[in-house]
Design a protein around this ligand. Structure first.
Ligand code: CU
Length: 341
């Protein structure tokens, strides 16, 4: 009992000393079986789907799909709440429960994250401590997990895992991980995963093409390897709720955000600054610093730049006072606001 606790405390101390936080939810920052301690962007609803496929024994060689769906929401403070739902789960085999739910909350600070949750299939309170450190193009990850009722038994189980991502390009990373339960039982293998992680250029989505010997994406599922290799993919979809409901994001973005500034840049799929304040009669100038066209489109449709080519500039004169929210039509997550006084 004490030995695993000591090991976990050691792992946490080591990983906490190596901290770098990653706010975004990008598969380029994590591996198939480690969360990487992500939170997602503030006010963002995250929907990820993970599908893993295995081929059964002859003669039928039935293909089984084990999907895990993640829905999570990043709160205004550094906490994400979420749930995983998986089918064809093997976390609990007796009684046969093919469906698995896990609800969790994760808090991250200084590059380390604490996750606590409840796995309904195993009737288990599960937790994870994770930490990451970025060293050049490499992100190192480590986790320590406890499962109060591992795999539906009355036994508390512990696991330690480590992994790394290697960014080989702005949009491409390689990822791998190994996680092991303490005192593995017959049939329980060390869990491993290897993946090609891809960002979909000029979109907020990322895609993972992976092989692993785990089944579901919950803490229990990701901690135990089985005697079967699965191939699969994961896809991440963030929804910026503030875009659809109520208040717009109005954060100042530093340079160029000084009062009276009339120049906005479109850079890395975002407006900078996202908010400017001008007096009536002012001409605001938008310059596209990206390699693809953007638009400046009033949310109420009252004006629209049409496509602004890479490197081009578009101007609009604001004659009346008011608050004018705008977005980019092809990239609706790009939003900004002009306040005319
Ligand atoms: Cu755009």
């Amino acid at each position: 009992m004490l030995r695993p606790l000591r090991s976990i405390a050691l792992a946490v101390a080591v990983t906490a000393a190596l901290t770098t936080s990653v706010a975004s939810q990008s598969l380029l920052d994590r591996t198939p079986n480690l969360s990487g301690g992500w939170l997602g962007e503030r006010g963002t609803l995250q929907f990820n789907f993970l599908h893993r496929f295995s081929v059964g024994d002859p003669p039928t060689r039935k293909v089984t799909n084990t999907p895990t769906f993640l829905l999570s929401y990043r709160l205004p403070f550094p906490v994400v709440i979420g749930m995983n739902y998986a089918t064809s789960s093997d976390v609990v085999t007796t009684p046969a429960l093919p469906n698995e739910w896990e609800a969790f909350a994760r808090y991250a600070r200084f590059g380390a994250a604490v996750q606590l949750g409840y796995n309904q299939a195993a009737r288990s309170a599960d937790g994870e401590l994770s930490a990451g450190r970025i060293v050049g193009p490499v992100r190192l990850l480590a986790v320590a997990r406890f499962l109060s009722k591992g795999y539906g038994t009355d036994t508390t189980r512990y696991a330690l895992g480590a992994g790394a991502t290697l960014k080989v390009h702005r949009w491409i990373a390689l990822a791998g991980d190994v996680t092991s339960l303490f005192d593995r039982r017959p049939g329980e293998k060390a869990a491993w995963g290897a993946a090609l992680q891809l960002a979909i250029p000029y979109s907020p989505h990322t895609l993972s093409l992976q092989v692993t010997n785990t089944t579901t994406g919950t803490l229990q599922g990701a901690s135990r390897g089985v005697d079967k290799v699965r191939g699969g993919f994961e896809f991440t979809i963030p929804f910026t709720l503030s875009r659809y409901f109520g208040r717009r994001k109005t954060a100042q973005s530093g340079e160029g955000a000084a009062a009276g500034g009339t120049v906005v840049e479109m850079r890395a799929m975002a407006f900078a600054p996202t908010r400017i304040e001008v007096s009536a009669g002012t001409t605001v100038e938008w310059t596209n610093r990206d390699q693809l066209p953007h638009t400046i489109t009033a949310d109420d449709g009252s004006w629209d730049s049409g496509p602004i080519a890479a490197g081009a500039t578009w101007r609009h004169t604001f004659t009346a006072a008011g608050t004018f929210a705008f977005h980019c039509t092809p990239h609706p997550f790009m939003t900004g606001v002009v306040v005319v006084k």
